[in-house]
Ligand binder design. Structure first.
Ligand code: AMP
Length: 425
């Protein structure tokens, strides 16, 4: 099957050709004709499957047909700023031969340029829920002509506590629109959201586990916690890794590790939710350009990051949620290339490893590296998820640190008006 068989317009096909895509991915093959037909969609597809083009191309095709004078006709909701920026970039590149305007709307940056773009008129809005609600509250966005709503990475949005914000937004939208829901996983909460939102949806399921994950060489290095950093620097240096995305569980941990890698002579930067949008964009650009070798990220900050030809992903710390492991390693081995996922696992993380292996349905290969053999005398200690209580912090050992704790790791109650829980990662 080629893109020409899907019913897209000549302008869109031209843009797709310029991207260098020859064959539509499975989710594109299934979603594009159904969306062009006006159907609602419930799609199980995660980043790396080509899902963004799967909704963006037909959405643009539908908007192309009549000119509303740049009223907001399509809204894409995403969990993170990075993903919003990336989807907008996709909308712009696929829509480059169409007279449509897109705007990205997210927090952490001044609201004024967004207001001014909205006032001038846009066709497609790509937004994170919190900032969109700010615009709704301030009356700076008119959604009364909306025709298509996309919830992208809906599972993430729910994980991040956005459900109340989403429901508030839904109340503002006109009836009779087309709804597209994309999610990597389907929890009962997602099913409930889908039931209330979608009308006789076309259900699409693509399994990246067989395509993407199988091409990734995954290995676990058992190692003591205090020696992880040394082992990482050693491998990056000795094997001359030019571009590696490293995951930590906490923002504090990301900052600390980036600093330590720098001290080891490896150009590194951290991205997480406490960094300004400008700093995050700059670090990502530097990383893509090759100026930074190691980008250290939390799960939330890395969501939706699209980095071409990323050869290495390192789990410096395993995630609490096993699905995050799949999301993390899905950053590599994109678009048919090989990739490596290396996990540094200490004794405290055995349960997390077991959860991941259960999800994957198979054990991961373990390789103890010579010189980094775990000390059998060290006993497992529980990993703390939030900031430890004051007493524990006061009592920490000299040179040690509160385990796993950073203020940013705790879920926060955020927006004054929204009140929804949100992980800012
Ligand atoms: P996504 O799942 O939307 O995050 O897309 C993952 C990556 O696949 C992006 O870098 C896209 O540019 C790329 N991509 C999307 N569709 C295709 C296609 N049909 N052929 C090759 N690459 C694609």
């Amino acid at each position: 099957m080629t893109f020409d068989d899907l019913g897209l317009s000549a302008e869109l096909l031209r843009a797709v050709r310029e991207q260098g895509y020859s064959t539509p991915t499975p989710v594109q093959q299934q979603a594009i004709p159904a969306i062009l037909d006006g159907r609602d969609i419930l799609a199980g597809a995660q980043t790396g499957t080509g899902k963004t083009a799967a909704f963006t191309l037909p959405l643009l095709c539908r908007l192309q047909d009549d000119d509303s004078g740049h009223r907001v006709r399509a809204l894409v909701l995403t969990p993170t700023r990075e993903l919003a920026a990336q989807v907008t970039e996709n909308v712009r590149s696929y829509g480059k031969y169409l007279p449509l305007r897109a705007v990205q709307i997210f927090g952490g940056v001044s609201i004024r340029p967004q207001v001014s773009k909205l006032r001038k008129g846009v066709d497609v809005v790509v937004a994170t829920p919190g900032r969109l609600l700010d615009h709704i509250d301030q009356g700076t966005i008119d959604l009364s002509r909306l025709e298509v709503l996309v919830l992208d990475e809906a599972d993430r949005m729910l994980d991040m506590g956005f459900i109340r914000d989403i429901r508030k937004i839904l109340k503002q939208l006109p009836d009779g629109r087309q709804n597209l829901l994309f999610s990597a996983t389907f929890s009962p909460d997602i099913r409930r959201l889908a039931e209330g939102l979608l009308d006789a949806p076309e259900e699409i399921q693509v399994t990246p586990s067989n395509s993407t994950v199988d091409r990734i060489q995954q290995v676990v290095h058992p190692v003591d916690k205090r020696r992880k950093r040394e082992l990482l620097s050693h491998r990056i240096g000795r094997e001359d890794w030019r571009q590696v995305l490293v995951f930590t569980r906490t923002k504090h941990g990301a900052d600390r590790l980036a600093g330590q890698l720098m001290a080891d002579g490896i150009e590194a930067a951290a991205i997480h939710g406490n960094k300004s949008q400008g700093a995050r964009t700059k670090a990502l650009a530097e990383f893509k350009r090759g100026g930074i070798r190691a980008l250290v990220a939390t799960d939330i900050a890395a969501r939706g990051l699209d980095i071409d030809r990323l050869p290495y992903v390192v789990n410096y710390e395993l995630p609490h949620v096993p699905e995050d492991y799949v999301h993390r390693i899905g950053r590599t081995a994109r678009a048919g290339q090989d990739g490596h996922a290396v996990s540094l696992v200490c004794i405290d993380e055995q349960k997390l490893l077991a959860d991941i292996e259960r999800l994957l349905g198979a054990p991961l290969e373990k390789q103890v590296l010579s010189g980094y053999e775990p000390d059998p005398r060290i006993k497992a200690e529980p990993i703390q998820r939030g900031r430890p209580p004051r007493s524990a912090r006061r009592g920490k050992k000299p040179g040690g640190r509160p385990r796993g704790g950073s203020p940013g790791n705790a879920r926060k109650s955020s927006r004054k008006s929204g009140g929804g829980r949100r992980r800012t990662g």
